[in-house]
Design a protein around this ligand. Structure first.
Ligand code: DHB
Ligand code: FE
Length: 285
């Protein structure tokens, strides 16, 4: 079991997620040529929606001050990545992928780390000796939307059987349950890992305070995260879910789609086999 200074806290995972977000590049670079008119339009639309909510629901000064204190706490806890990825990202993902012909995607969430260890096309995801959880054997392939096999990569990351992610919760080896699988020209991969547990977003920080004040729950269904890439094709970011999870229908992050639910087949030895592949859209450029 963990010692007191190894306990996962919202502030520690929030700080790690905030640092990770800033690590690689400035998010401002990609929008540096945005015209003033677009910024004005979006900023005004958001402010108008807030003003309308205040008028419609007759928000009081006490409520306004509580909101101010809460917004300050979200920042102090480093929980903006968590807040945005849980309550906002799914709509951005829907809009961004509306024209996609290939496999469905889902939100990235705050816990991706690039450059996870390279494992080839047929290997175990890095894990501890005796890693807890039902063993999973996952076979699949990467193709273009016309069915042509693609040499590419599947980056896979997921929580452990206690619902914790390496690099964001203490006491877990750096690359535990994170890996990069590279396919040959046949596009095929075979990955061995364990089934993750349902995940509760941290409840002891500002986001947890909103959840309990509003009478919500903090659960996401168990999920595998993937980023799938191949030359000349659009990158696919997705999450895969397990049938029967009680939170598939009420995911706090609204990130479940029917196409993303796996169909594991239980084997004689108690392990589960899954067969799931990805079709990528050709990049238009
Ligand atoms: C969050 C965590 C996840 O594992 C995920 O997939 C999406 C969001 C979060 O805590 O914000
Ligand atoms: Fe996740």
């Amino acid at each position: 079991m963990s010692t007191a200074d190894e306990t996962a806290t919202a502030a520690a995972s929030g700080a790690a997620a905030t640092e990770r977000f800033h690590h690689d590049k400035s998010p401002y670079d990609a929008v540096k040529d945005t015209p003033k008119e677009r910024v004005d339009l979006l900023a005004r639309a958001v402010l108008d929606a807030i003003h309308e909510t205040i008028r419609k629901h007759e928000v009081t000064y006490d409520e306004y001050n509580a909101l101010k204190a809460w917004l300050i706490q979200v920042g102090a806890d480093g929980e903006w990545p968590l807040f945005l990825d849980v309550w906002v990202e799914h709509v951005v993902e829907d809009v961004a992928t509306a024209d996609r012909q290939g496999s469905k995607g889902s939100i990235e969430g705050p816990y991706y780390v690039p450059d996870a260890p390279e494992r080839g096309a047929d290997a175990d995801l890095p894990m501890r000796d005796g890693e807890q959880g039902t063993p999973l054997l996952w076979e699949g392939g990467i193709t273009s939307t016309d069915g042509t096999p693609l040499a590419g990569t599947v980056e896979l990351w997921h929580a452990d059987a206690d619902g914790y992610y390496s690099q964001f919760a203490p006491g877990i080896p750096e690359w535990n349950l994170r890996g990069t699988f590279t396919t040959g020209p046949d596009g095929k991969f075979r990955i061995r890992t364990i089934q993750p547990a349902p995940y509760q977003i941290p409840t002891d920080g500002a986001c947890g305070r909103l959840i309990s004040a509003a009478g919500w729950h903090a659960w996401r269904p168990a999920h595998l995260h993937v980023k799938v890439s191949a030359p000349g094709h659009e990158q696919l970011i997705a999450q895969l879910y397990f049938p029967g999870d009680p939170h598939n229908d009420d995911d706090i992050a609204s990130a479940v789609k029917p196409e993303l639910i796996l169909s594991p087949v239980v084997q004689d030895d108690g392990s589960a086999r899954i067969d799931y592949g990805f079709a990528l859209d050709r990049r238009e450029d």
